[in-house]
Design a protein around this ligand. Sequence first.
Ligand code: NAD
Ligand code: TYD
Length: 359
Amino acid sequence: MNVLISGGAGFIGSHVVRRFVRAYPQYRIINLDALTYAGNLENLRDIEDAPNYTFVRGDICDFDLLCRLMAQYAIDAVIHLAAESHVDRSIKDPFTFARTNVMGTLSLLEAARRYWNGRWQGKLFYHISTDEVYGSLALDAAAAAPPFGPELFCEKTPYAPHSPYSASKASADHFVRAYHDTYGMPTLVTNCSNNYGPYQFPEKLIPLCINNIRLGKPLPIYGKGENVRDWLHVEDHAGAIDAIFHRGLPGETYNIGADNEWKNRDIVHLLIRTTDRLLGRPCGASIPLITYVEDRAGHDLRYAIDSSKLQREIGWAPAYTFETGIEMTVRWYLENQPWLDAVTSGAYMSYYDDMYGKH
Ligand code: NAD
Ligand code: TYD
């Protein structure tokens, strides 16, 4: 099987590529990535020479390139992760999000449809999405219970995106389902909660805080820090994607999460405790770095995922506890400070432009 994985040089994509390259030597994995600020081939150093792995630098909005790649590599399946992924950036620059997340997804769908040309047997278009498309839940579970609204996001929860990021992902999800319903394309959509773990770009809450604690820089908490996110280790997400890729039913949607809700300010305190301890600093030394800042516009209050369909129908369950996952994650960032320094300085980007041409 020839599998095209888009966005494989990013945070989640690199874990998915690594897992598939190692676990399925019989598959050929083609990683298509534009290497934006969020894409970094350092994330894949350990598998870049594997015989079943090929990297292509390219943009998912480049329809001619996509059509060429589908034919050149005789692609059987697409796992689509390439996206602009940061809510704060989407507030500043919504056009880029519509371009990549909506038009890029549509281009990839259409290139696959034209190449597969109705011969759907053995083909799959698997789209990776987010729980943010469902909008926001009430803080208090009792207040959120029916008839006031769902207590958790399930696959039937109506879409209600609030940020330009989640609106663009919602649009992409609808296009994927439309290709299933209109053309019969075998598709899968999964909506996952917030991920954490190695190789996450330090603009997102967890790596940002670890990086700033090590450097003694401010830890910005938006608003009162009461917003809740449901955290999943990225390797558990990659494991779920593997299971769903092989056992999911075409046309279906599965939610992925680990029943692990945390208020932002509690996460920041947990990261301070863990990072200070691992750096040999006195307990609580970094608490004065906490800085409450203006809230994010349209900030969703709470995300929480019901992943019982996935557990029941696919038999998946997360392997990491949050305790171990966070400890290992903080250790990883502290042991990989050159990676953090390179991505925060942007040094790796001009290197790629020299190697692959400016994008
Ligand atoms: P990321 O920002 O770390 O990586 C995105 C990757 O896509 C980068 O390698 C980037 O170079 C590439 N890319 C961006 N624009 C491109 C384009 N036009 N053409 C080709 N490649 C392009 O993102 P991530 O956090 O790894 O998220 C991956 C996917 O998972 C996204 O679709 C995101 O919406 C989804 N998701 C993320 C989370 C999370 O917590 N991070 C949770 C649920 C779902
Ligand atoms: P983030 O990691 O950006 O993920 P998302 O917006 O997709 O959930 O943010 C996680 C939560 O942390 C979110 O509620 C916003 C908040 N946050 C802060 O309080 N301070 C920060 O500096 C960042 C980046 C996020």
